[in-house]
Design a protein around this ligand. Structure first.
Ligand SMILES: Cc1ncc(COP(=O)(O)O)c(C=O)c1O
Length: 393
């Protein structure tokens, strides 16, 4: 067999999300799409804003010479300048177009950040529950993932993080609002994390980076806000995309910004641009750069997800599930009513409800529901959630 041992192992333990998503496609073919309640994958179903559609059409009609040519690895400067204004407002720290680059989604941004900073064996702290591909991204660039659990309500456990930091720690990867649990780490917790890492960086005489993965920054409820990372920590890098807040996951567009006073900024930015090229991305898709650059403050209608969160919370509450109400994202992460959540997810599947076991996010005993699904699907799933609960009560 010519496939590497590592890829064979990855394929064997392949993502639970994809597994359940493919299971959903099989079940829909068998039972009809209307009879399957597919909450397996975070494919946003809110339509992109109509203004974005208009901009995209205009951009597509542009036939200036080389409009489809390679751009700089960092992306068009005018696009970065427009987006830097938005980042400055969000972070309350002035960022310029030179402090950032356009990326191939958040996934592309995370890979170039990790390629740029990691030496073989460097450790990256990942907080459970986590987006499972983080472990692959870290491995891609020779790093070692160190998983640290969050507390019972999925908040930062600073003691546990402090205990995990050592002289090999190169970065901590933060995702807030969090996939799969919807938690937003508070401003005071982020400030405390900043102080902890500052002290550790001085002690171990090497910069420890915060990489903040923020694709759900705009998908927040009840007036919650995602605190600024740049205000509390200098050696920080923000990675995000337009996959979720403009509903463009298939178009592969995102950006990465470094703190304007990050260590060795110029060399770091040059290396990030180089990583964008040599990882094979070359540059972020040119047409999408221009489209998002012309609409930096755009967002899907978040009230749609607010409504769906209410619906799924009612369904789960009435059936007696234990859960923390998500502050953001379109995911909820209830506790499995039996210890073996893989077994419970299979019981839900018997009810034609597709969810993802918590161990797919480094946290067994829970399961994830992606509620980016039509409201009637959520409401109709109620009977199945009730029946599965009744079987284990
Ligand atoms: C937390 C998190 N980070 C990164 C990604 C990758 O997103 P993108 O489409 O922007 O590459 C996802 C996708 O679901 C995600 O949930």
């Amino acid at each position: 067999m010519s496939i590497s041992n590592k890829m064979k192992m990855f394929a064997k333990n392949s993502s639970w999300i994809r597994k359940m998503f493919e299971e959903g496609a099989r079940m829909k073919a068998k039972y009809g799409a209307d009879n399957v309640y597919d909450f397996s994958i975070g494919n946003p179903d809110a339509p992109p804003p109509s203004q974005f559609d208009k901009i995209l059409q205009e951009v597509a009609q542009d036939n200036t010479p080389e409009v489809h040519g390679y751009t700089s690895s960092d992306g068009h400067l005018w696009v970065r300048e427009a987006i830097a204004k938005k980042i400055s407002a969000e972070q309350e720290v002035t960022v310029t177009g030179h402090d950032m680059l356009m990326t191939y989604g958040a996934a592309g941004g995370l890979n170039i950040a990790l390629k740029t900073i990691l030496n073989p064996g460097d450790e990256v702290i990942v907080l459970a529950p986590y987006f499972v591909d983080y472990l692959h991204y870290i491995d891609n660039h020779g790093g070692t993932s160190v998983v640290v659990e969050t507390d019972k309500e999925f908040n930062l456990d600073l003691n546990a993080i402090g205990a995990a930091v050592n002289n090999k720690t190169k970065a901590i990867l933060i995702n807030s609002p969090n996939n799969p649990c919807g938690q937003i780490y508070s401003e005071s917790a982020m400030a405390a994390l900043g102080s902890l890492l500052q002290e550790a960086s001085e002690k171990f005489r090497q910069a420890i980076f915060i990489i903040a993965d923020e694709p759900y920054r705009k998908i927040v409820f009840d007036g919650h806000q995602v605190p600024s990372i740049f205000k509390v920590y200098r050696n920080s890098i923000i990675v995000t995309s337009y996959s979720k807040d403009l509903s463009l996951p298939g178009e592969r567009i995102g950006h990465l910004a470094v703190h304007p006073e990050i260590d060795e900024k110029e060399q770091l930015l040059q290396a990030l641009g180089l990583a964008n090229r040599i990882l094979g991305f070359m540059n972020a898709p040119a047409i999408m750069q221009r489209a998002v650059g012309a609409y930096p403050d755009g967002s899907v209608d978040i009230s749609l997800y607010t409504q769906r969160r209410e619906s799924i919370c009612s369904v789960l509450q009435e059936a007696g599930y234990e859960f923390t109400k998500p502050k953001g994202t379109f995911y909820i992460f209830p506790k499995s009513p039996i210890a073996d959540e893989v077994k419970f997810v299979a019981m839900l599947q018997d009810q034609k409800i597709l969810t993802v076991p918590g161990r797919g996010f480094g946290m067994p005993g829970y399961f994830r529901i992606a509620f980016c699904a039509p409201d009637e699907v959520i409401k109709k799933s109620s009977e199945g959630f009730n029946r599965a609960m009744a079987m284990v009560s």
